[in-house]
Write a protein that binds this ligand. Structure first.
Ligand SMILES: [Mg+2]
Length: 224
């Protein structure tokens, strides 16, 4: 069973949002869409006795100990990624063109960042968004994203868009909120070549000028 349910800690954040149902809504992931997650992680790993050996679109199996060259366990990967978020969330660099494209899109749509940022790093991520000219609301999601998108879709009448790098999030949104237009977006040039378009995506676009153009054309076609 795929779990597209909505966590209580996510529901409370969604309930606090002030959205306008008649205005289009663009919901963007953060890591590998707005922020260069993997590039920052590589630097963190090097500072902490590990390195990334990017052989597939996954963290597991690709993080190795510098000393032995051995891939570390799933638990160690998790601990390293948690450490990365705890120490560096605010320092992760934005993806090229993200702020400019979102600023342009915000003239005709609402913007929401829906990111699986650990809850205790939420404020650091908000500060990073503001620092880089992206002062948009942020919801720290837990698990797959279909539940949150279903909540939003039930309250929106204008078109909705969803951007994410991870195919299982796109599939989750397709199942739970099928009316949402889904863009598969992978910022990192190496990672994007390792993965085809997610099967449940409406489009695969890996750069912000392209995503902006796609969304603007869709909105214009629907009279927005
Ligand atoms: Mg992501």
């Amino acid at each position: 069973m795929e779990d597209d349910s909505l966590h209580d800690d996510v529901l409370s954040q969604l309930e606090a949002l002030q959205l306008t149902p008649e205005r289009p809504l663009i919901v963007s992931d953060a890591d590998e869409v707005i922020f260069a997650f993997v590039r920052g992680l590589e630097a963190y790993l090097l500072d902490n006795g590990h390195f990334m050996d990017l052989k597939s679109f996954a963290m597991r199996g690709n993080i190795r100990a510098t000393e032995t060259g051995e891939a570390v366990s799933a638990e160690a990967v998790k601990a390293l990624i948690n450490g990365y978020f705890a120490e560096r969330t605010e320092q992760i660099e934005p993806v090229d063109g993200a702020a400019e494209a979102l600023a342009a899109l915000s003239e005709r749509a609402q913007i929401l960042v829906l990111s699986n940022t650990p809850l205790d790093c939420r404020e650091a991520r908000r500060r990073a968004l503001v620092k880089h000219g992206m002062d948009y609301p942020l919801v720290a999601n837990i698990g797959r994203k279909g539940g949150a998108m279903a909540y939003l879709a039930a309250r929106q009448s204008a078109p909705m868009f969803f951007l994410d790098d991870i195919p299982h999030n796109i599939s989750s949104v397709a199942r739970a909120a099928g009316s949402v237009t889904r863009l598969h977006f992978i910022a990192d040039h190496r990672l994007r070549d390792m993965l085809g378009a997610a099967e449940d995506a409406d489009a695969r676009i890996d750069d912000w000028p392209g995503a902006r153009q796609f969304i603007e054309q869709r909105l214009a076609a629907e009279g927005f």
